[in-house]
Design a protein around this ligand. Structure first.
Ligand code: C2E
Ligand code: MG
Ligand code: MG
Length: 718
């Protein structure tokens, strides 16, 4: 991937600056050559001064010559007696005086600059002496002769002046040569230095540029390199990988950025882990959830490295968990689930896999088992048995001993043999088989179970049809007092199936509940019961009878249940106190406040309530007190052992005592033998229902049964 760096712009700028600097440097070199020239010029100044002095001295000679040149030739040279031309002599005097003046000024300017103790000073001193001689011994007498216009003297002095001049001139020429040599040497040395500096500069500048470029490149790289790392880390983070090692080298801005990135990465990784945990694990038990289970099953179905090995899927459903939850509360229910999880984990360890997929449903996915299906099934069943044994052990919760158990449905599979949905369905079918076979056991899926499901759906359709076709009827099971006299009856639903004959409620009530058909069916029962009570009201021998109607949980928890009952009762015109609604313990505990409210409302209109199958649930005395109950029905399972088993007898004794203390009526259900009747009687149980007195009877049979027990006096009443 080509990444355009923002620093390339900065690099270009740096190169531009370097080129500018170079140009500036070259220009600087030019300027130093120029200043070198100026230095040279400066050095040449004394040479010029000395030359001017020499020229002025020479000019003096010329002035003397010129003054003498105008002289008429009257005699031999050196013997001239005629006076000098006055104007010429005067001009010469003036010019010589100016020259002497100038020479003096020039000389003083020069002498000031002469360095002490140098060869130049020695020369200068010598020239100064000779100049002084020249001025005093030659020029002063010459000027005097000129002023007197004395040609002979002037001539003589001019000759002497030339001698002095020539002597002084030697020294001044020597001084000029010395100065000139000095200037030239200085210039040549400067020039040499300039040349080497120029060479050095021309070499150093590209070197500096290169160094600058390298530095710039290194600097840019020190930023872009970590930035590339950051980009790579972001890429990996975008792909959900949060484990890139990030090294933080120093404490500059880039390091701070990297450190922040590392913190961000750690935080994201933590969040991702938490999200993963929430998405794939059950919060209550910390077990993998349905989603993770599906992934594991998917992997197992695609495990082509072990194509022949079987695996097993075990679906666990806790028996009667709903009762624990409803009667002891959700907190105890939750703790029970956690305890179940602990026990499961102790039995099922990796490489086996456990998940919780619903309220009280767990699934075990085993590791690869044997290739032989028989052996694999034996292995899976052994595991299931261990789990059953672990979960059937009683546990202490909320100060109570809870007896849990589990039903397990098991199915085997090989990679690619079925879909996840199909496997879960098979395990579910097997689990239902375990439930209907009496719970606390494991059942292995067999294909015929699928037909059971089909049967269930066919039965549901038939139920719906039966309701429309009027195939339902009520049977009445009498309830009697200690003397066997009828107190009332319980209405028990029957289905007169055109093919299967009379079907008992245990076969279709659960299905009616799960399909929702219990709502119209329950309403039908209530209407029939009210109609029957209305009919009994008109019959003197039956007028006093109560009629109990069973109400299912789903029916009771309909929001309009109480209103519907009241409407039905009022529409039938019966005495509401004759109607008893039978509720189960788990139903009553499910939503205690709602239950109490509905009961209270109906109770205020006279309707009465009985708690059915009492003793099988976990309802406590305090809960019972909150509900407007009038009756407890002791479950048949306790009645069965009341004459023979001391535990059952003790329970019955407790229930009867409790009912008395709460002011409730008690009915013993399922009384089959005189011994049971006797024992119940001895326990002061006042009311009985069971085959000993009568089976559930058709209306006609009930009437016959009733007629047989009508006292003579009552029979005669109008
Ligand atoms: P339940 O309310 O506890 O009814 C008592 C059950 O015990 C009845 O079974 C009755 O036939 C049976 N029984 C009575 N005496 C004896 C006895 O001495 N020995 C034995 N072994 N059994 C006895 P049934 O009629 O099969 O009803 C079963 C359950 O179906 C009822 O239990 C009740 O929960 C439910 N049920 C019946 N009718 C209705 C209804 O109309 N609506 C609702 N929601 N449930 C109903
Ligand atoms: Mg009942
Ligand atoms: Mg009962």
């Amino acid at each position: 991937m080509t990444q355009r760096s923002r620093f390339s712009d900065t690099g270009a700028l740096a190169a531009l600056v370097a080129v500018g600097l170079t140009a500036w440097g070259v220009r600087g070199l030019g300027e130093s050559a120029h200043s070198l020239h100026r230095v040279y010029e400066e050095r040449m100044k004394p040479v010029r001064t000395l030359s001017q002095i020499a020229q002025h001295m020479l000019a003096n000679q010329h002035q003397l010559q010129m003054a003498l040149a105008r002289l008429p030739h009257t005699g031999p040279p050196g013997r001239r007696t005629a006076p000098l031309d006055a104007a010429t002599a005067h001009n010469a005097v003036s010019a010589i005086e100016r020259n002497v003046q100038t020479i003096d000024t020039l000389w003083r300017g020069y002498v000031d600059r002469v360095a002490a103790h140098s060869a130049e000073q020695a020369l200068a001193e010598r020239f100064a002496r000779k100049r002084a001689d020249y001025l005093q011994l030659a020029m002063a007498p010459a000027l005097a002769a000129l002023r007197r216009l004395d040609a002979a003297q002037t001539l003589e002095r001019a000759d002497s002046a030339r001698e002095y001049y020539e002597r002084a001139n030697e020294d001044i020429q020597a001084l000029i040569d010395l100065q000139f040599d000095n200037a030239r040497t200085a210039y040549e040395t400067g020039m040499q230095r300039y040349q080497s500096t120029r060479t050095l500069a021309l070499l150093a500048l590209p070197g500096a540029m290169l160094l600058l470029a390298l530095l710039g490149w290194w600097q840019i790289r020190s930023i872009t390199q970590p930035l590339r790392e950051v980009i790579a880390v972001f890429h990996r983070m975008a792909q959900g990988k949060h484990d890139s090692p990030i090294t933080v080298p120093g404490s500059d801005e880039v390091s701070v950025l990297l450190r922040e990135l590392r913190t961000l990465q750690t935080r994201l990784a933590d969040n991702e882990r938490a999200i993963h945990r929430l998405a794939y694990y059950d919060v209550l038990t910390d077990l993998p959830n349905r989603r993770l289970l599906r992934e594991r099953i998917e992997q197992a179905l695609q495990a082509h490295d072990t194509p022949t090995a079987h695996r097993a899927l075990l679906l666990l459903d806790l028996d009667h968990f709903k009762t624990i939850n409803d009667t002891l509360g959700h907190e105890v229910g939750d703790e029970f689930l956690r305890e179940t999880t602990r026990r499961l984990r102790a039995q099922v360890q990796a490489p086996h896999f456990v998940a919780r997929i619903g309220g009280d449903e767990f699934v075990v996915l085993t590791a690869p088992l044997d290739a032989d299906p028989g052996h694999a099934q034996a292995q899976a069943l052994a595991l299931a048995q261990r789990v059953l044994a672990a979960l059937v052990t009683p546990c202490q919760l909320a100060g109570q001993t809870l007896h849990g158990s589990t039903s397990i449905g098991l199915c085997l599979f090989q990679p690619g043999s079925a879909s996840i949905k199909e496997l879960l369905k098979r395990a579910d079918l097997a689990m239902y088989q375990a439930k209907s076979a009496g719970r606390n056991q494991a059942c292995v899926f067999d294909p015929t179970m699928a037909t059971l499901v089909e049967e269930r759906s066919a039965l549901t359709a038939a139920l719906r049809q039966g309701l429309l076709a009027g195939q339902f009827l009520l049977h009445f099971q009498p309830q009697v007092d200690a003397l066997g006299q009828p107190l009332g009856a319980e209405a028990l639903l029957r289905w007169q199936h055109p093919v299967h004959g009379l079907v008992p409620p245990g076969r279709f009530i659960p299905l009616a509940e799960s399909s929702g058909l219990i709502i119209p069916l329950g309403q039908w029962v209530l209407q029939q019961a009210c109609a029957q009570l209305k009919a009994w009201q008109a019959q003197p021998h039956a007028r006093h009878l109560e009629l109990a109607v069973n109400v299912s949980a789903r029916q009771f928890h309909q929001p309009d249940f109480a209103a519907t009952v009241l409407r039905t009762v009022q529409a039938s015109g019966i005495d509401p106190t004759r109607l008893v609604l039978e509720l189960t313990e788990s139903l009553a505990m499910e939503d205690l406040d709602d239950t109490a409210d509905k009961m209270e409302l109906l109770r205020s209109h006279g309707v009465r309530f009985a708690l059915d199958d009492f003793g099988t649930g976990y309802s406590s005395l305090s809960v019972l007190r909150q509900l407007p109950l009038q009756m407890l029905k002791i479950d048949g399972s306790f009645v069965r052992g009341v004459a023979t088993d001391s535990d059952s007898a003790a329970i019955v004794h407790t229930i009867v005592g409790m009912a008395h203390s709460l002011g409730l009526q008690v009915v013993a259900e399922g009384v089959e033998t005189p011994a049971q009747h006797q024992a119940l009687h001895a326990q002061h149980c006042p009311c009985f229902q069971g085959y000993l007195f009568a089976r559930p009877l058709s209306l006609a049979d009930f009437d016959t049964w009733l007629q047989a027990r009508v006292p003579i006096a009552t029979k005669d009443e109008p």
